[in-house]
Design a protein around this ligand. Structure first.
Ligand SMILES: Nc1ncnc2c1ncn2[C@@H]1O[C@H](COP(=O)(O)OP(=O)(O)OP(=O)(O)O)[C@@H](O)[C@H]1O
Ligand SMILES: [Mg+2]
Length: 204
């Protein structure tokens, strides 16, 4: 199967998403596949500016969610959809599953609110595959602890991340055809090998 694929990477802050995204990008590149690597919130100049606001500025849950979808609309229109149309694979660090997990699971927004925005902003598009790097919040916190100062999400308590994780797992269970859940507590090389095995059917 050679068509362009839209692959998203999900999991708690520190789960290993960026590490594994880089691994997959390299593996695809080595096979001559042209890859677009991007992230959410972000991926365009405006969306990156919105990211800074969302990660740093105090704001209400509604504003936070709407800003994330504003960034997503820009990202889709200017980056993701053109890349897919041009036949490039898109590897995206977080997408709408993260909004369900963090804003609904973590912060308690009604899922219907996200569903309405999802239906508005990307009614047709879903990722072709979503890797969920599943790990206990304490492990994720330990991994990111050493790296840098916490943003508005990373400074939440473990209970918040338990709810985020539970929402991710619920979504993965509801859409098993799209999600590939990996045990992200394993060493990075092992997680990466499992991820690459899961990709093999797309590369034949
Ligand atoms: N499987 C693993 N085992 C141990 N350490 C790991 C593993 N995967 C990643 N790490 C390390 O944990 C830290 C966080 O990893 P990474 O940045 O990939 O996570 P992330 O999910 O992208 O986090 P964030 O959401 O904060 O961007 C990094 O220092 C990385 O080297
Ligand atoms: Mg990352």
């Amino acid at each position: 199967m050679s068509g362009a694929r839209f692959i998203t990477f999900e999991g708690l802050d520190g789960a290993g998403k960026s590490t594994q995204l880089a691994t997959l990008a390299q593996a695809l590149h080595a096979r001559g596949i042209v890859v677009e690597v991007t992230r959410e919130p972000g991926g365009t100049p405006l969306a990156e500016s919105i990211r800074e606001l969302v990660l740093r500025q105090d704001m209400g849950l509604e504003a936070e969610t709407l800003l994330i979808f504003a960034a997503r609309a820009e990202h889709l229109a200017r980056r993701i959809l053109p890349a897919l149309a041009a036949g490039r694979w898109v590897l995206c660090d977080r997408f709408t599953d993260a909004t369900y997990a963090y804003q609904c699971g973590g912060r308690g927004l009604a899922e219907e609110a996200i569903a309405v925005l999802e239906q508005w902003v990307h009614p047709q598009l879903q990722p072709d595959a979503t890797f969920l790097f599943d790990v206990a919040p304490a492990i994720a916190a330990a991994r990111r602890g050493a790296v840098r100062a916490a943003d508005r999400f990373e400074s939440e308590q473990l209970a918040f991340f338990e709810r985020v994780r539970a929402m991710y797992l619920r979504r993965a269970a509801a859409q098993p055809q799209r999600f590939i859940v990996l045990d992200a507590a394993a060493p990075a090389a092992e997680v990466g090998a499992q991820m690459l095995r899961a990709c093999e059917p797309w590369l034949r």
